[in-house]
Design a binder for this molecule. Sequence first.
Ligand code: ZN
Length: 79
Amino acid sequence: MGIVDTITSAFEASTNRAPDEGGDDGSKGSFWCDDCGNRVRDVEVEREGLETDGEGTPFCPDCGDEMRFERATGSSCAC
Ligand SMILES: [Zn+2]
């Protein structure tokens, strides 16, 4: 019984992510800093006032490293 509880909790934790990606605001994904765990959506970069490398890639506000772009998966149709 204890094992089942543990598995259920882990499952819920891994699927309980906020559905905040792939919305209808033009966002194509998010920029990540793996070291700091920072995430900034592409549509938030300008709003946040982050520095970029001139091609739209922002630098992490904490460590200054170039952030990694990850496309959002979700509601967008791939037809
Ligand atoms: Zn960082």
